[in-house]
Design a protein around this ligand. Sequence first.
Ligand SMILES: C[S@@+](CC[C@H](N)C(=O)[O-])C[C@H]1O[C@@H](n2cnc3c(N)ncnc32)[C@H](O)[C@@H]1O
Length: 275
Amino acid sequence: MKQLKITKEDYDLFRTFLEGVSGIVLGDNKHYLVSSRLNRLMNDNNIESYSDLIDILRENRIRGFTDQVVDAMTTNETMWFRDTYPYEALKNTVFPQLDNIDHKLRIWSSACSSGQEPYSISMIVDEYIKSSLGAFKHGVEVVATDISLSVLEQAKKGIYDESAMNRGITEERKRQYFNRIGDLWEIKPEINSRITFKTANLQESYAHLGKFDIIFCRNVLIYFSSEMKTEILNKMAACLNDNGFLLLGSSEAPNRYTDAFEMVRVPQGVIYRVL
Ligand SMILES: C[S@@+](CC[C@H](N)C(=O)[O-])C[C@H]1O[C@@H](n2cnc3c(N)ncnc32)[C@H](O)[C@@H]1O
């Protein structure tokens, strides 16, 4: 495969384009990241230089190409029950406060990557309902969204290989919530059926998604500018019901960007409640 070089000027044009369409901010020196992630896509589409790439993107010359470029530039690292404490907080702090609500509980996994986050949430819902009879009388719905079409496809399938299964899931949950098909593991319908997968760009409006009681926005704000973080956190506050909760990544906090949330301390971490 031909290795294409990117000039400083083209790199700057590309990162402005990427931030405009996805909010993802690239630092000054991520030339290597751009070329390693885009080289194959450019070769496959016979694009000979980065200045051609930028023209094609700006003029929208190849249908669906912007989505493919954004897809290639996203970092989709994830795992089951990532950081543990958010899931313990759901079970021990958040659900006990919301399990009597007079409507269907709605949870949004807003950057769901290949599905481990919404499926982990759904497993916790299952465990909670089994241990607290009568909880969530009106049902529970999980909406899982991401900007990347390719990870969403994987998420929807709910089929994982051994290496993905080795990251964060206990043997007991593996047995209980997955069917084995050859070398692969498929999530059971009882966990899958409460989740709806959709594409959504966090830069855009959330109005079509409706109101939520809980939002997971984990390990994605780190890619955005301060202004974008403020905008996203305020839009999330606006689509949370009263007493709604926000769970961020362990290195992320809203207080520098908005005063729409209060901090709730939980063992091993912090979650946020809308004011
Ligand atoms: C590092 S993963 C985090 C996955 C999961 N939330 C977790 O904590 O394990 C970040 C995800 O954010 C998604 N993403 C990046 N920019 C986005 C945007 N503007 N709108 C929606 N999702 C975005 C990426 O596609 C990627 O799947």
